[in-house]
Design a protein around this ligand. Structure first.
Ligand code: PLP
Length: 376
């Protein structure tokens, strides 16, 4: 099997799994129990939060443990909107956010009467500050824009966007940094809220974070006990939260080496793809090298995915969360690519585990598939 779908999810690291198994067996007590076993678990959990805070240069109480980035994004949009609607009911999101942002925005609009403005993409696949400036209003309370697009790897100018918003309004800025963590420097100090997920960085599924600046008010979305300062009730998933610090530390420690490895692979794939007839590369050269999107104009996304799958190669067409919908990439359409490109797209995503041999195998398989379909 050749796995080229690391933007969807990653396998768990050995070190993380070992730590998890140990914690799961040894520290099973409820972190809120008052006995010494409970206190020990709580201490480890808070130590993990403090370690992550140190790695991110933020304060521990600014980190909310959640179960997935989708949940963090729900908190950032709905939790924030519900708690701050007295200040305004206008929200800006980019038109190509993850489905957890898009669905939250839609729900806020259709069920709760908020007004949403969707920011366009320019041909370079990025949101531009000028478009944020145009959308910003006196009653805007929140701007949400991802750092790295999960289909194309395009990197948005978050610091410039956040600086503009802060200078010209009272709105706060949320940034989905899921596809950026461990892959580039994070502009965390520029934003007010940010989302991360462990399973994209060789950590556990069911483990994620929302960074939210201390002064921000959020409405609890799970009303229950005192856990997570009453923002998210329910018995803490302490073992998962305890190993998140190690997961993030390892990802950051190895970031430079991973970027170097993946950049080389990406350049090689680009060079080879550009030699194949009918292939158009959709990710601009300045996109994050971990994601490479292309269209094969003679074969639709679904057929291509199935053909690659039959040869033991795992890739995606678009975001995995939309994979059961019609195979058209809204991100490519928003970049101004035509419908043919958007219905024939393939997303490759790499990691430090990807080898040159795997890439050569993939390229050979791709050429065979194109040839087979051309002679049908
Ligand atoms: N945001 C982005 C940009 C993503 O790529 C993903 C995962 O596909 C998510 C959010 C959701 O992550 P999770 O699976 O942790 O909910």
């Amino acid at each position: 099997m050749v796995y080229l779908d690391y933007a969807s999810t990653t396998p768990i690291r050995k070190e993380v799994l070992e730590a998890y198994e140990k914690v799961l067996h040894t520290y099973f007590a409820n972190a809120d129990s008052l006995h010494q076993e409970g206190r020990k678990v709580n201490m480890l959990l808070e130590q993990s939060r403090a370690n992550i805070a140190q790695l991110f240069h933020v304060q521990a109480e600014e980190l909310l443990f959640t179960s997935c980035a989708s949940e963090s994004n729900n908190y950032a949009l709905k939790g924030f909107a519900f708690a701050n609607q007295n200040r305004g009911r206008h929200i800006i999101v980019s038109a190509v956010e993850h489905s957890s942002i898009m669905s939250s925005a839609k729900q806020l609009e259709e069920v709760f009467g908020f007004e949403i403005t969707y920011l366009p993409l320019r041909a370079d696949g990025r949101v531009h500050v000028e478009d944020v400036a145009k959308a910003l209003r006196k009653d805007t309370i929140l701007v949400s824009c991802m750092l790295v697009n999960n289909e194309t790897g395009c990197i948005n100018p978050i610091t410039a966007i956040a600086d503009y918003v802060h200078e010209h309004s009272r709105a706060v800025v949320h940034c989905d940094m899921v596809q950026a963590l461990g892959k580039m420097e994070l502009p965390l100090s520029s934003v007010d809220m940010a989302t991360f997920s462990a399973h994209k960085i060789f950590g556990l599924k069911g483990s994620a974070l929302l960074f939210h600046k201390k002064h921000l008010r959020l409405l609890p979305l799970i009303s229950a006990g005192q856990q997570e300062w009453g923002l998210r009730g329910g018995t803490s998933n302490a073992p998962v939260e305890i190993v998140l610090a190690k997961t993030i530390r390892l990802a950051l420690q190895e970031q430079e080496a991973h970027i170097h490895h993946v950049t080389q692979l990406n350049q090689y794939v680009r060079k080879e793809l550009s030699k194949i007839k009918d292939i158009e590369i959709n990710s601009p050269p300045e996109a994050l090298p971990f994601i490479l999107n292309f269209s094969c104009l003679s074969i639709g996304s679904e057929i291509m995915l199935n053909a690659l799958d039959a040869k033991g190669i795992c890739v995606s067409a678009q975001s995995t969360c939309n994979s059961k919908g019609k195979a058209i990439s809204h991100v490519l359409l928003a970049m101004g690519k035509d419908e043919l490109r958007a219905t024939h797209a393939v997303r490759l995503s790499f990691s430090h585990l990807t080898t040159k041999e795997e890439i050569v195998f993939f390229l050979q398989a791709l050429k065979e598939i194109i040839e087979e379909y051309a002679t049908r």
